[in-house]
Unconditional design. Structure first.
Length: 513
């Protein structure tokens, strides 16, 4: 099945099974804003819990905060967002559609990568075992030509971005003959800068209301609380502050479902370190964060790092962790070495001294910062995409199953009486009453057992427990495992232990040590 079709099916599945709904749907929706349904909110909460506990339980020098969305407007002046939080946009005059100029060029680069990968894949098939990929890429004329073109475009693009050269960005789009996917034409406007922050008014206009911004990242709430937390928590460097919360960006190109939203959620951690030690910590967090992702068991080959060509004005190193979505490898998380830029700026703009006295060095300095920043919604999308499978079963039957990492699954187990009589519902209820304190447990008695299994597969429930007449005699039940569909007979008294081993977030945390 084409990847586009797979993605459409995933989006439809997310709606049909109560994971994600379009915001304001009965009013025809609001673009790039989404609501999470009954199963979505559970999955999302489990993702947040995994992140939060991995930060605050596993690191004794990381604490959390929850800062307000509204902040003093000068904060955004100090952080550079008022002046520089822009995207370069370009319009197609025929379709009247607006695009991000940098994204159009990145897509063109990705096309080169795809072509190169196709050639390599063909050759790999032809040469089999003896295939030397590096040698082939260096010597095959068709591939070397593609690589040279890609690299030249890449260099030109990086330079234009670094120089903030909007005319050059437009020229690249023209030279590469990039067309608008809607109109198919190359009738492009100039490239302009567009600020992504949402504004609103605080206080009544009669008093002279103040313009405030909806925060475009949660990080600044951490920086402006650095002193509060350091002093009241008696924190010693190196230490970190973690936060989960909403962020808002007036994205120009809002496509691909919850990948790019105008209201979304971030999980950010700022780690304050001694100046000069930032590269060591950057490497530490880069490695640690990838381990966090891989511990979910969604496939190590689905992740890759992407080091940044264009560093933000405040950064001295940056990398993304990308995940293979149905529409290609895409950024899920950023790890940035932000130097002492943010704290120094807030010191300058607030006039307050923001420093750390290091008792070991016997000197004061402005700490350097390593940031890890991940979008909850993108993480959610990566989990959903890698879990979705349409399976052909023996006997021509089909099922749609979500192979969710068990600790993230919205429902952990479903208890199903085989029939609605003979005391089976009562016995099943007893089991629910035992399990519900530790696991999200569903009770279902409607429809055939096969249909009930399918419904649980479709929302990714790791275990189904079937209660039958034998249960009344010997206290055993049938335990069905979602992925293998294997059924085993176990004592009801064993259920808690068996389920817990598989579904607890604890088991994930233990993998990280
Ligand atoms: P992009 O290049 O895709 O716009 P970014 O580099 O601007 O992302 P950051 O500012 O580094 O993103 O934000 C950190 C994380 O927040 C991203 O890795 C992503 O997971 C998430 N994120 C950023 N913008 C959005 C958005 N519009 N919708 C959903 N998640 C987002």
């Amino acid at each position: 099945m084409a990847q586009d079709d797979v993605f459409k099916k995933i989006v439809a599945h997310a709606k049909e099974y109560g994971f994600v709904f379009q915001s304001s749907e009965i009013y025809d929706g609001l673009a790039a804003v989404y609501d999470y349904g009954q199963n979505g909110v559970e999955l999302k909460n489990n993702i947040k819990r995994y992140w939060w506990e991995s930060m605050t339980l596993l690191h004794e020098n990381i604490v959390g905060i929850d800062s307000a969305i509204f902040m003093h407007p000068t904060i955004w002046k100090a952080s550079g967002h008022v002046d520089a939080f822009n995207d370069p946009l370009i319009d197609n005059r025929d379709s009247k559609k607006r695009y991000r100029a940098d994204v159009l060029i990145e897509e063109q680069l990705a096309k080169f990568d795809e072509k190169i990968e196709k050639e390599v894949a063909k050759a790999r098939k032809r040469f089999g075992e003896s295939f030397d990929e590096e040698l082939y890429k260096k010597t095959n004329p068709r591939v070397t030509e593609l690589v040279a073109k890609r690299d030249a475009l890449h260099d030109r693009f990086s330079k234009a971005l670094n120089d903030n050269n909007l005319d050059e960005l437009r020229q690249i789009i023209l030279d590469e003959e990039i067309v608008c996917p809607i109109s198919g034409t190359r009738n492009w406007t100039e490239v302009r800068q567009f600020n992504l922050m949402f504004k609103t008014e605080m206080g009544s206009t009669a008093d002279g209301a103040m313009t405030v911004f909806l925060r475009p990242e949660t990080a600044q709430g951490i920086f402006v609380n650095y002193l509060n937390v350091q002093k009241t928590g008696r924190m010693r460097i190196p230490f970190g502050i973690a936060q989960i919360g909403k962020a808002f960006r007036n994205e120009i190109v809002a496509r691909q479902f919850i990948f790019r939203m105008r209201e979304f959620e971030q999980m950010e951690m700022q780690f304050f370190v001694r100046p000069g030690s930032e590269m060591e910590w950057f490497r530490y967090w880069k490695e640690w964060r990838l381990r966090w992702h891989k511990a979910l068991g969604m496939g190590d080959e689905k992740y890759r790092y992407h080091d940044h060509d264009k560093l933000a004005h405040y950064a001295n190193a940056a990398t993304d962790i990308e995940f293979e979505m149905p529409f290609g490898f895409k950024e899920v998380e950023g790890i940035h070495s932000r130097t002492n830029f943010d704290l120094s700026q807030h010191e300058k703009f607030s006039g307050k001294k923001i420093q750390y006295f290091d008792p070991e060095l016997n000197e004061s300095y402005t700490p350097y910062v390593i940031e890890t920043s991940i979008g909850v919604d993108r993480m959610f999308l990566s989990v959903l995409c890698s879990s979705y499978e349409e399976q052909e079963l023996e006997g021509g039957d089909k099922r749609v199953v979500l192979h969710l990492p068990a600790p993230l699954a919205p429902v952990k187990c479903a208890v199903l009486p085989l029939v609605k009589k003979d005391g089976l519902p009562e016995a099943a209820r007893e089991i629910v009453n035992d399990l519900k304190f530790d696991f999200t447990t569903h009770y279902e008695e409607k429809d055939t057992i096969g249909k009930r299994y399918r419904r649980q597969d479709a929302i990714g429930t790791p275990f189904c427990i079937t209660v039958d007449h034998q249960t009344l005699e010997d206290g055993t039940v049938t335990l069905r495992e979602r992925d293998s569909m294997e059924q085993t007979r176990v004592a009801a008294s064993e259920l808690h232990r068996i389920i817990s081993q598989k579904v607890s977030i604890n088991s994930l945390l233990r993998k990280l040590g």
